[in-house]
Write a protein that binds this ligand. Structure first.
Ligand code: C2E
Ligand code: CA
Ligand code: CA
Ligand code: CA
Length: 278
């Protein structure tokens, strides 16, 4: 159930009715929240293994709600996804991310940005045109934009999602399968998708240190991904030991609290300066 940090501190557990009410409120308030600056994009770096080179960021949405305080995406994205407003959310995040990429290019930094898609975007035939328009408007090369999609998002309606994915791919943007290992994942399925990258679900990466099964899953995804010519990304990298194991397995990219938490625009810029200027 949705709970924010303040609720946890007060030991407050909402009833079903309250949860439903809050969900309704959030959906009705979201449009205005986008327009009034309550919704922000945070950025979490991705680095190339085995080194420290910053390749780009994942854009992650946050909502500072006037009544409920800071809401994480788990608390409002599912509600927003159930409505047509998810188009506005995706466009908002994509626009913010492309503006950042353009700004970095202007400073001589070639960093990419990844945006999370929802099922609805993949069912929307006009989505690829909106992406092409946004790339032109921000004057960003398509290779510097990645879309992360979940397997369930594709598998819920593959007949509709596949043509959209193919058109996105034809534009030259990078496509990544998110949360890999948690869903229907199979080799046959991955081969049929026009994807470039697979992101190992963080539950396996977090468990690697204590669970040999998780370790085996991570290792086999790295091997599977590479055998299909995909870039393999591990998220949820919190500890040096996990990073070292990923390097040993040949994983290409790492993302996680060990490198940095998701940061506001300003804090990300400071983090980047501290990394690149020595
Ligand atoms: P995700 O796409 O799997 O994003 C990764 C989540 O893992 C993020 O949670 C991130 O903060 C968290 N994370 C990163 N590194 C670590 C780590 O080392 N340890 C742990 N324990 N967690 C880590 P966040 O930001 O709360 O986002 C949750 C989910 O909300 C995302 O999962 C994504 O599915 C969704 N989401 C976020 N932004 C958007 C968006 O703009 N649009 C859509 N459609 N969904 C979004
Ligand atoms: Ca929370
Ligand atoms: Ca993601
Ligand atoms: Ca993920």
């Amino acid at each position: 159930a949705a709970r924010n940090a303040g609720d946890a501190v007060r030991g407050y557990v909402p009833s079903m009715g309250q949860i439903f009410l809050r969900r309704f409120q959030l959906v009705t308030q979201f449009r205005q929240a986008l327009d009034t600056g309550q919704v922000r994009v945070h950025y979490q770096p991705k680095v190339a293994l085995p080194g420290r080179e910053v390749l780009g960021v994942e854009a992650l949405v946050r909502w500072v709600h006037p009544e409920f305080g800071r809401l994480d995406p788990d608390e409002f994205v599912p509600a927003v996804e159930a409505t047509g407003l998810v188009d506005a959310l995706t466009s908002f995040v994509m626009d913010n991310a492309l503006a950042k990429v353009r700004g970095w290019l202007d400073r001589g930094l070639r960093l990419s940005a990844a945006v999370n898609l929802s099922v609805r975007n993949l069912a929307d035939e006009s989505f690829p045109d909106r992406v092409a328009e946004a790339l032109r408007r921000h004057d960003v090369p398509p290779r510097l934009l990645t879309f992360e999609l979940t397997e369930s998002g594709v598998m819920s309606d593959p007949e509709r999602a596949l043509p959209v994915l193919r058109r996105l791919h034809a534009l030259g943007v990078v496509l990544a399968v998110d949360d890999f290992g948690t869903g229907y994942s199979s080799l046959a399925y991955l081969r049929q998708l026009p994807v470039d990258e697979v992101k190992i679900d963080k539950s396996f990466v977090l468990g690697m240190g204590t669970d040999l099964g998780d370790m085996a899953v991570v290792r086999s995804i790295v091997e599977l991904g590479h055998s299909l010519g995909l870039t393999v990304v591990a998220e949820g990298v919190e500890e040096d030991a996990a990073r070292d194991q990923l390097v040993e397995m040949g994983c290409d990219v790492a993302q996680g609290y060990l490198i940095s938490r998701p940061l506001s625009e300003d804090r990300f810029e400071a983090w980047l300066r501290a990394r690149t200027v020595r």
